[in-house]
Design a protein around this ligand. Structure first.
Ligand code: ADP
Ligand code: MG
Length: 263
């Protein structure tokens, strides 16, 4: 059996894991206490995700996908097991330190966009930079660059209500990228979008991944998962399948075969 440098003989996590793993999770368990009952949402999840990977997570509702993503995103902590993010043991940090790690290393995209309504696309994108030491001019520039990356340079002064769902999600992606994170986490980012717009979002993800960004995405749809490089299937809080995608389609090419809204 292969020896794991992160685990010593007693099973405790000590030495940092291989540097190339952006994410390393070992025997992760998560319980939620609900009054008398206890929900065992993650039941021994172990996985490594390396730099440049693009992972899709599938599985039935309630299988633990969001719980796992929230752990990866430092929005919640494990009940037991370990999580190394770029070699740093996340469990050793308090809430304040976790918030710092989250802001610097993680970009999170949600199903519901979560943009501020009375705030322009540029200002929404700029928000995560307010907690950094970057000066104002540089913050503006980074926000503008991030918007350009998702093809929205011309919409920077638009408010969310003036944009389509797809455009709003692109702003949310720009906001997730603005601090140049190590990983982009997306929990059902296309769940509220029509099929063409969903593929447009996957085109953006593939382009970002081509540039080296590590992405972990949750989706209900097999069609969407196929744009990733690797698909995990969760069931009852465990990873039941972990397979590479063979013959992965390019979203750009698929878009050419799909009707536009005007058709
Ligand atoms: P998925 O995203 O795959 O639908 P979740 O991770 O949201 O699954 O949920 C996994 C299990 O944990 C479910 O049984 C769910 O009801 C439970 N759960 C999720 N979040 C909470 C919470 N905050 N409090 C209590 N139970 C929760
Ligand atoms: Mg979920």
């Amino acid at each position: 059996m292969e020896t794991n440098p992160a685990i010593n003989e007693t099973g405790a996590a000590h030495a940092p894991p291989a540097a190339s793993a952006v994410i390393r999770v070992e025997d992760a368990h998560k319980y939620y206490e609900l009054g008398e009952t206890r929900v065992h949402a993650l039941r021994g999840v172990s996985i490594a995700v390396h730099r440049g990977e693009f992972v899709a997570i599938m599985g039935a509702s309630g299988s633990g996908k969001s719980t796992f993503m929230n752990i990866l995103g430092c929005l919640d902590i494990l009940s037991s097991g370990s999580y190394f993010l770029e070699g740093t043991d996340v469990c050793e940090h308090d809430k304040k330190a976790l918030a710092m790690i989250r802001n610097q290393k993680i970009g999170f995209v949600f199903q519901g966009f979560n943009l501020l309504a009375r705030t322009t696309a540029l200002e929404n994108t700029e928000l995560p930079t307010l907690y950094t030491r970057i000066d104002k001019a540089e913050r503006r520039k980074r926000a503008a660059d991030a918007l350009a990356m998702v093809g929205l340079a011309e919409r920077s002064e638009h408010f969310p209500s003036q944009m389509s769902g797809g455009q709003q999600q692109r702003v949310a992606i720009a906001r997730a990228l603005v601090n140049r994170p190590s990983i982009l986490l997306a929990d059902e980012p296309t769940g509220n979008l029509d099929s063409r717009t969903s593929v447009e979002i996957m085109d953006i993800f593939q382009n970002l991944n081509d540039k080296g960004l590590t992405i972990v995405l949750v989706t209900h749809e097999l069609d969407i998962a196929q744009f990733a490089k690797r698909v995990l299937v969760f069931r009852d809080g465990k990873i039941r399948k972990d397979d590479p995608v063979v013959g992965r389609p390019r979203a750009r090419e698929v878009l050419m075969t799909l009707p536009t809204l005007e058709d």
